[in-house]
Design a protein around this ligand. Structure first.
Ligand SMILES: Nc1ncnc2c1ncn2[C@@H]1O[C@H](COP(=O)(O)OP(=O)(O)OP(=O)(O)O)[C@@H](O)[C@H]1O
Length: 261
């Protein structure tokens, strides 16, 4: 069943079309990632889906009672204003200390509750944002470039965390990302957006699509092949809550296949 869907979604800013005629759906436990060049409408798409900006045309449908955890692209916190993590996690809704401790542990920063938000490292900050989104016990996590500013190991670790959240909480994950390599290994489905949907599907399909290669360069397909990891998810099975089916050329014992095995 679809958790969140859109049909013919179009958004304009002052008469200029940012996205047009976008059809979309995401189901329970799916990880879907939107990629596209700067200014291609990715954030606009997410914000329209969440009802934060009005659609010029089309419709958005949410499953009844859908709980959404949103991690915005940017969150500016004034360094001059002391804001301990535990206070930040109780904005705007007050949460119990136990709930806060639980989510901070889940995202791998159990000891930061009394630290100031401005003093966190980039990776810790992103994890605290994710913890805040988890406090809503979301059916779907919506992440707008959640790994901006993180180094490569930080990016990979963050996406591993997202996949763990999906496996343990069963939530769907919709994210926007520029980390093409990680996206291709960590998503069930990729949507390539450039004002409209250029192509979409399994990572392998998208990375071979001419529209994708035209946007991101022909060389990308070869590099991505190293990271491709076909998911054939059975969310109830396997040590991580899902089973993996591997193509013969991306077996676990293949030398390059170590990024997300
Ligand atoms: N509030 C706004 N007012 C006017 N134009 C806007 C507004 N927000 C976005 N736009 C324009 O809409 C287009 C899509 O912007 P959007 O931020 O959705 O792209 P994006 O793919 O998320 O970009 P990036 O990868 O750089 O974050 C751009 O041309 C942008 O200038």
């Amino acid at each position: 069943m679809s958790l969140l869907s859109a049909e013919g979604l179009s958004v304009t800013y002052g008469g200029v079309t940012a996205i047009r005629d976008v059809d979309f759906t995401i189901g329970r436990g799916e990880i879907v990632t939107v990629v596209g060049p700067n200014g291609s409408g990715k954030s606009t798409f997410l914000r329209a889906l969440l009802g934060m900006i009005p659609a010029m045309a089309g419709s958005v449908t949410r499953a009844p009672g859908l709980r959404i955890g949103y991690v915005p692209q940017r969150l500016h916190i004034d360094a001059a204003l002391p804001l301990p993590v535990r206070r930040f996690l109780s904005l705007p809704v007050r949460n119990s200390a136990a709930d806060m401790a639980r989510v901070l542990k889940q995202v791998g920063v159990p000891d930061v509750a009394d630290q100031d938000m401005a003093g966190l490292s980039g990776g810790q900050f992103q994890r605290v944002l994710l913890a805040r989104a988890l406090l809503t016990k979301p059916d779907i996590l919506v992440l707008d470039e959640p790994t901006q500013g993180l180094d490569q190991p930080g990016v990979a670790a963050f996406y591993r965390l997202i996949e763990e959240m999906r496996a343990t909480l069963g939530c769907a994950v919709l994210s926007v990302s520029h980390d093409l390599h990680v996206v291709m290994s960590a998503s069930d489905r990729v949507i390539c957006l450039n004002g409209h949907i250029c192509c979409e599907g399994a990572p392998r399909v998208v990375s071979n699509a001419p529209e994708y290669r035209a946007l991101f360069g022909l060389g990308t397909g070869g590099a991505l092949a190293l990271y491709q990891h076909d998911h054939d998810h059975d969310h109830d099975g396997g040590a991580h809550g899902h089973a993996h089916a591997h193509d013969p050329d991306t077996r676990d014992d293949a030398p390059q296949q170590n990024a997300r095995a």
